[in-house]
Design a protein around this ligand. Structure first.
Ligand SMILES: Cc1cc2nc3c(=O)[nH]c(=O)nc-3n(C[C@H](O)[C@H](O)[C@H](O)COP(=O)(O)O)c2cc1C
Ligand code: SF4
Ligand code: FES
Length: 728
């Protein structure tokens, strides 16, 4: 639960605060501007608040009555939303905002120490808990803990004024803070992320094509500086190059991965820094020449060559926003076919493919679509879940930044299939680059006739827009997401009714994850049987696994279901980044188990994993080395649940806090077997209550990481084994 949530502010106090603080001219203009832009839209509140905060740095208390009036809401409703979402601030921030990730993948590389260091350096160390933020006394920096920035393969990660930074050390952080404190930095506007796409660089005309990713993970290690150095160096030498800002290939340990087009194919160099550029050009990089950083043909790099890239076939290959590049790489073929098909036939194709939801619950996509198609109503929606809050996951981000038209195409096909005319993509605020890219792609697709009143010549309409989240993990739960899109606190709704029957604004709604929807164009283009041909059992097709945390070769591995965790972590990932023994691997995000080492060779498949009490989830894999303290990670799982709980049900809201306390008592019990036994039994009991008594998987699955940590690593809890403790 956000730190401020649950506090009841007496109305009298609120009114007094409002009366005593009128809006200044600039503030009033900003608020009126946001109202003018958003007030007529459906569910405008959160978008409006984002705009106000972007313009003013915070949302002044005195703005609440005016916003409430304009939207016909009560002041309590507006306050309720501002105080629920961690992203919103009702007090002024410092001149710079430093967000430090403290989720599991970053913890595996020292995030806790980094956050503590930041607190010390800024003199505002109190912000290490929850979502609370604190500002340094000189007003230079506001420090905010965040829970995943989608840079989990390059951890620990931070974001400064919207600019991502990866592999951050204490010294690196000091340098960032020093920059913020420089007088010339005062008042610098918050960076607006540029969208991906062709950066003209040294010219978009003739010349060697050089690809420099503009994916957030590449930017986080200096890709812009590399592109700038290339541009300058080539200009100085009179060399003609055409720099294309592509998405990332997902070989994230090699970022910045520069690729040079040669007659034999693209040749890869990485990790390239700006300093290395002159030497690379001297070595003949523009002709694909050899160099210590050269990896030969990109497609032949084993990590990539061994993958089965279906959904991610174009990511890193094309210029993300170039419509002709998209079309020449097979884009729009699925939509063109769907536009000529009967809606029921499209649904049948998706059903036959065996595609299941990639957001975590693995529900068959075709069945969901069939329900919405059959539901009556003049208005239906496609809602894409791009909240991707799980630590260790970044596939949605990589796809939206690297190949946004695939998602757009998949949503348009879904619209044609079920009779929906409007699509919304709910993207988390921690993904500013994905949001910018997607918004630009939607505008271009609409201008080109792929969206709009006559989608791909079908005679049917489909429009799309992006809605920005505001830092709440539980808003990834589908009904909380609907609440958030509608402009309310992200509180989970009771089911039934299912969103397929009564979803957004009470209308039938398809809710699917980014990867689910982005896989649909391929299914329509190549046919259900083609996709069905991959995978094992009831887990058909491929999954983009994401290797994160303490791993030597972190990145995205798209493979058919059926390979093992060991293959992923050892063969693809190369073991830990620290070179130490792999101790624990969490699969499926913060609600997923630490898979027992004895199961690391089991095939990754939804049913096989469920049979062992594990989950595949969204495919996030977070590796920890032998320095990990599993009792602390179990404690963190409970703490995370306490921070993010929507508060609707007691087992989750209260149980998670009690869970933190019980784990602390287990650890404190030292070598007292009787005390251990009683506390372990209490924890088991609590986990049972949470698992069976919670309304959604937030409280219901938090016991997975807790129990698996306790069962597989009891020594970290100070006990020989759970069975031994229970017997004492
Ligand atoms: C606490 C919680 C967080 C979730 N976060 C996400 C998320 O970030 N992205 C996502 O697609 N699904 C998330 N889900 C699952 C969604 O509720 C839903 O099952 C999914 O969006 C449906 O799409 P799919 O069928 O394509 O997987 C979450 C569920 C829970 C309980
Ligand atoms: S389990 Fe209950 S309190 Fe926790 S997030 Fe779900 S609905 Fe909210
Ligand atoms: S970026 Fe820190 S866990 Fe994802």
């Amino acid at each position: 639960m956000p730190a401020t949530q649950g506090k009841i502010i007496p109305i009298a106090v609120l009114n007094a605060a409002v009366a005593g603080s009128a809006l200044g001219v600039h503030e009033r203009e900003a608020v009126e501007h946001a109202i003018a832009v958003h007030a007529r839209r459906l569910g405008p509140l959160i978008e409006l608040l984002h705009d106000v905060q972007d313009m003013l740095g915070h949302i002044p208390e005195a703005a609440v009555p005016r916003i409430a009036d304009a939207l016909n809401l009560s002041r309590a409703e507006v306050h309720g939303v501002i105080s629920y979402y961690p992203h919103f601030r009702s007090t002024p921030a410092g001149r710079h905002v430093l967000q430090v990730c403290r989720a599991e993948a970053c913890q595996s590389r020292g995030a806790d120490a980094l956050l503590a260091h930041a607190g010390q350096a800024l003199g505002c160390g109190s912000s290490g808990q929850g979502h609370g933020h604190a500002t340094s006394a000189d007003g230079a920096v506001t420090l905010e803990p965040v829970y995943c920035l989608g840079l989990c393969a390059s951890s620990p990660a931070v974001m400064l004024d919207g600019r991502p930074h990866a592999h951050v050390t204490a010294n690196g952080l000091d340098a960032l803070i020093a920059q913020c404190r420089q007088p010339e930095q005062t008042g610098e506007p918050v960076a607006q992320p540029a969208h991906a796409g062709t950066g003209t660089g040294a010219g978009a005309g003739p010349g060697v094509r050089v690809y420099v990713p503009r994916d957030a993970a590449a930017l986080a290690v200096g890709a812009d500086a590399v592109a700038g150095a290339l541009q300058r160096e080539c200009a100085a030498r009179g060399l003609q190059v055409q720099i294309v800002r592509n998405g990332s290939r997902g070989l994230l340990w090699l970022e910045t991965l520069v690729e040079v087009e040669t007659p034999e194919g693209r040749v890869a160099y990485g990790p390239v820094t700006a300093d290395a550029v002159p030497g690379l050009i001297d070595a003949g990089m523009l002709q694909g020449g050899s160099h210590a950083l050269c990896h030969g043909l990109t497609e032949a790099i084993a990590y990539l060559a061994r993958q089965e890239r279906l959904t991610f076939a174009r990511v890193g290959v094309i210029d993300p926003l170039d419509l002709s590049d998209y079309a020449s790489h097979g884009g729009w073929q699925g939509l063109e076919r769907a536009a000529r098909m009967e809606p029921a036939a499209i649904v049948q194709e998706v059903l036959d493919s065996g595609l299941r939801g990639r957001g975590g619950a693995a529900f068959p996509a075709g069945i969901k679509w069939k329900t919405v198609a059959a539901a009556a109503g003049p208005q239906k929606y496609i809602a894409c879940n791009a909240d991707e809050g799980d630590s260790g996951t970044f596939a949605d981000r990589l796809l939206m930044e690297g190949d946004p038209y695939t998602l757009i195409e998949g949503m348009a096909i879904a619209g044609l299939a079920v009779g929906a005319t409007q699509g919304l993509v709910y993207v988390r605020s921690e993904y500013p680059h994905a949001i910018a890219t997607l918004r630009e792609a939607i505008a271009r697709a609409e201008a080109a006739g792929w969206l709009g009143r006559d989608v791909a010549g079908s005679g049917r309409a489909f429009h799309m827009e992006v809605r920005k989240g505001a830092g709440s993990y539980v808003c990834g739960e589908e009904t909380a997401m609907l609440e958030s899109i509608e402009g309310r606190r992200g509180i989970v709704r009771a089911k039934p009714p299912l969103p397929a029957i009564a979803g957004l604004w009470g209308r039938p709604t398809v809710i699917n994850n980014v990867i689910t929807l982005a896989t649909v164009p391929l299914i329509l283009a190549r046919g259900a049987a083609f996709y069905q041909g991959f995978g094992m059992g009831r887990s058909r097709g491929t999954l983009p696994f994401q290797l994160a945390g303490n791993i030597a070769r972190g990145g995205l591995v798209e493979k058919a279901f059926g390979l093992s965790l060991r293959e992923l972590v050892e063969d693809f990932g190369g073991g830990t980044a620290t070179g130490r023994t792999v101790k624990a691997v969490q699969v499926g995000g913060p609600l997923g188990s630490y898979v027992a080492p004895a199961d690391w060779d089991a095939p990754l498949d939804y049913e096989a994993y469920a049979a062992k009490g594990n989950v595949v989830g969204h495919g996030g894999i977070v590796v920890h080395d032998d320095t990990a303290d599993m009792a602390q990670l179990a404690r963190y799982a409970m703490e995370f649940c306490a921070i993010e709980s929507c508060g609707k049900c007691t087992p989750c809201r209260i149980g998670s806090t009690r869970g933190v306390e019980v784990i602390d008592r287990i650890v404190r019990a030292g070598s007292d077997p009787a005390a251990h036994a009683s506390q372990v039994a209490l924890l088991e009991n609590l986990c049972d209550t949470m698992q069976h008594g919670s309304m959604c998987a937030m409280g219901g699955m938090t016991p997975y990481p807790v129990r698996s940590a306790l069962n597989h690593y009891p020594q970290d809890f100070g006990i020989e084994s759970t069975t031994a403790a229970a017997a004492a």
